[in-house]
Write a protein that binds this ligand. Structure first.
Ligand code: FAD
Length: 472
C-alpha cells in the first residue's frame, strides 16, 4: 500500500518529497523521547502552501488521514499516529523561510517550518526579541509551537505562544487557505479565529505561516542561582522577587536538588554553585537604562538577611550564565537518557505548588517503593514537572505498568488541587483518555462541535486530543 500512496502524491510534490520506505520514515515515526513509535502510509514534505493545499485535497479524495508534524519534539504523541496506517505524516520541515522582520512594527512573519531557534536568531539580527524559549528550540518548529501553544521559561513575563502570535495562515481540512495575517495589535472584528487553531494539536488544519509579536532585545540580563530550604520557601521568594524586581523577571525555575544527578549524566564535570534542598534559577532582564544589577543585588541581600536564601550566586559573565542554564537543561536530557520514566507536566495555583509537591512525594514514598520523584519546573507559572524514575534494573514492561498507576495517582492529586494535567505539552494521544474522562460534558460538546464544523470527515490527526469516535 505504501507504494500506491506514494504514487498519489509524487506527481504533485516530486519524488524526493515523498518517503514511503520504512528506513526513511523511521525518524518521523519516533518522537524525541523514544517512548512513542508510530506507523504511516507515507511521509510527505511539501515545499509551499499550494503543495500543502494539494496534499490535503488528495487526502480527502483518497480517504487518508493527515498527521501534521513540525520538529517531532512534542512529548504526548500528538505527531505520532499508532492506529491504522492509513495516515500520512505531513512534515513542514521544507517550509522554512523567514518571510519578513519588521523592527518598527515589531512583527516577524515566517513559514511554519522554521525552527524556533531560526526565528529567535532572525529577531535578534533586527535588534529584537522573540521571547518564546524552551529546551527543544533548536529542533521544534514554529508551526508546532503554535499547534501546541508552547510555553517555556519566559512565560512569566511574555506569556505563552498564544500571547505571542498576531496571526496565522492555515490550510483547512478542505484544502482552502485561511490567511489570518493582519499586522494589527488591536482588531476586534468578531471571533479571534487564530485562537481556535492555537493549541489545536493539528486536529483542525495545517499551520503554514505565522505572524509573531516581537519585543525590544534586552540589553542587560542578570542570572542568579540560589539555594533555599524548601518549595514553600521558593514560592515565598518568588512572590517577593516579582515586586522587588519591578516585574522585570523573565524566568524563575525551581529545581529539587534530587534532579542534579540527572544533569550530571550529561555534564559529568558540572559545577553546581549551591548546596541546598531546592535550587532556583532566576533571570531578570531589561532593554532600557535601568540598573537591574543593583536592583537584583538589593533583593538578594534582603532575602539572605531574612533567612529565605541560604546560598546565592550572581553570574558575572554571559558564559557563567550559560553554565548555570546548562544545569536546568542538562537535567531534562539526563532524564531521557535514564530511559522510561513517568513524565508529567502539571499546573496548580501558585499557592498550591508546595503542598502539591509535598503530597506527591509522600504518595510515591508510601505506595511505590524504590521509585524516585524528581520535581522541577517553571514554578513561577504554577507549572511543575513532577517526574518519577523507576528503580534501576526494573523490567521495562513492569515499569510501564506501574508507571500508569503512578500517573493516575498524580493526576487525581492534581484534580484535588484544582490543577491541570497539561500545563504546556498538550493532550496528544498519551493524555487523551484521562482528559476525555474528566472533561465536563459541555466542554466536550463544544470541542466535538468545533471539530465537526471544521473537519467533518475527521481526517485531521484522528485520535489526537479527541477519541477517534468523537473526531468524525
Ligand atoms: C527537551 C525538551 C524540552 C521541552 N520544553 C518545553 C517547554 O519548556 N515548554 C513547552 O511548552 N514544551 C516543551 N517541550 C515540548 C515541545 O518542544 C513543544 O510541544 C513544541 O511546541 C513542539 O513543537 P514541534 O515542532 O516539535 O511539534 P511536533 O512534535 O512535531 O508536533 C506537536 C503537535 O503539533 C501538531 N503540529 C505540528 N506542526 C503543525 C503544523 N504546522 N500545523 C498543525 N499542527 C501541527 C502535531 O500534529 C502534534 O499534534 C519540550 C520538548 C523537549 C524535547
Amino acid at each position: 500500500m505504501a507504494r500506491d500512496v506514494a504514487a498519489i502524491f509524487s506527481e504533485v510534490l516530486g519524488p524526493g518529497a515523498v518517503i514511503a520506505e520504512e528506513a526513511g520514515m523511521a525518524g518521523y515515526l519516533t518522537d524525541w523521547s523514544g517512548d512513542h513509535r508510530g506507523i504511516a502510509a507515507a511521509v510527505l514534505r511539501p515545499g509551499s502552501i499550494e503543495q500543502v493545499s494539494s496534499v490535503v485535497q488528495l487526502c480527502q479524495q483518497h480517504g487518508l488521514a493527515i498527521v501534521p508534524q513540525g520538529g517531532n519534539t512534542g512529548l504526548v504523541a500528538g505527531g505520532i499516529d499508532r492506529q491504522g496506517g492509513r495516515a500520512v505524516v505531513v512534515s513542514l520541515e521544507r517550509m522554512n523561510r523567514i518571510r519578513a522582520v519588521d523592527p518598527v512594527d515589531f512583527i516577524l512573519r515566517a513559514d511554519a517550518g522554521c525552527t524556533l531557534q531560526a526565528i529567535k536568531d532572525a529577531s535578534e539580527a533586527a535588534d529584537c526579541l522573540f521571547p518564546l524559549a524552551l529546551g527543544a528550540q533548536g529542533s521544534c518548529r514554529i508551526g508546532g509551537n503554535a499547534a501546541t501553544n508552547a510555553g517555556g521559561v519566559n512565560v512569566l513575563r511574555y506569556g505563552m505562544a498564544r500571547d505571542l502570535i498576531l496571526g496565522l495562515e492555515v490550510v483547512l481540512p478542505d484544502g482552502q487557505v485561511w490567511n489570518g495575517f493582519s499586522g494589527l495589535r488591536k482588531d476586534n472584528r468578531g471571533y479571534d479565529l487564530k485562537q481556535i487553531f492555537i493549541g489545536s494539536e493539528g486536529t483542525l488544519g495545517i499551520v503554514t505561516g505565522v505572524e509573531l509579536k516581537l519585543f525590544p532585545r534586552p540589553t542587560t540580563v542578570e542570572t542568579a542561582y540560589l539555594g533555599v530550604a524548601s518549595f514553600a520557601d521558593a514560592m515565598r521568594l518568588f512572590a517577593l522577587a516579582r515586586r522587588a524586581c519591578s516585574d522585570l523577571m523573565t524566568a524563575f525555575e525551581v529545581i529539587g536538588a534530587e534532579c542534579i544527578d540527572l544533569a550530571r549524566l550529561i555534564h559529568p564535570d558540572l559545577h553546581v554553585p549551591v548546596e541546598a534542598p531546592v535550587h532556583i534559577l532566576m533571570e531578570v532582564s531589561s532593554s532600557g537604562p535601568i540598573d537591574i544589577r543593583s536592583m537584583v543585588e538589593t533583593f538578594l541581600a534582603g532575602a539572605v538577611e531574612e533567612g529565605l536564601v541560604s546560598d546565592a550566586v550572581l553570574a558575572e559573565s554571559q558564559s557563567q550564565a550559560r553554565a548555570l542554564w546548562s544545569i536546568r537543561e542538562g537535567l531534562v536530557e539526563g532524564q531521557a537518557r535514564r530511559g522510561y520514566h513517568v513524565r508529567t507536566d502539571v499546573s496548580v495555583p501558585l499557592s498550591s505548588i508546595s503542598p502539591f509537591v509535598d503530597e506527591a512525594r509522600a504518595i510515591i514514598a508510601a505506595d511505590f517503593a524504590g521509585w524516585l520523584p524528581q520535581a522541577y519546573g517553571h514554578a513561577g507559572d504554577g507549572n511543575v514537572h513532577f517526574n518519577v524514575l523507576p528503580p534501576l534494573g526494573l523490567d521495562d514492561a513492569e515499569a510501564r505498568a506501574t508507571g500508569k498507576s503512578i500517573e493516575m495517582a498524580l493526576f487525581s492529586l492534581v484534580d484535588r488541587f484544582g490543577g491541570s494535567i497539561s500545563a504546556e505539552h498538550g493532550i496528544g494521544r498519551s493524555k487523551r483518555d484521562v482528559f476525555w474522562a474528566t472533561a465536563a460534558p459541555v466542554h466536550k460538546r463544544l470541542m466535538r462541535s468545533l471539530k465537526a464544523a471544521l473537519d467533518p470527515q475527521g481526517l485531521m490527526n484522528p485520535g489526537c486530543l479527541l477519541p477517534v469516535e468523537d473526531a468524525g
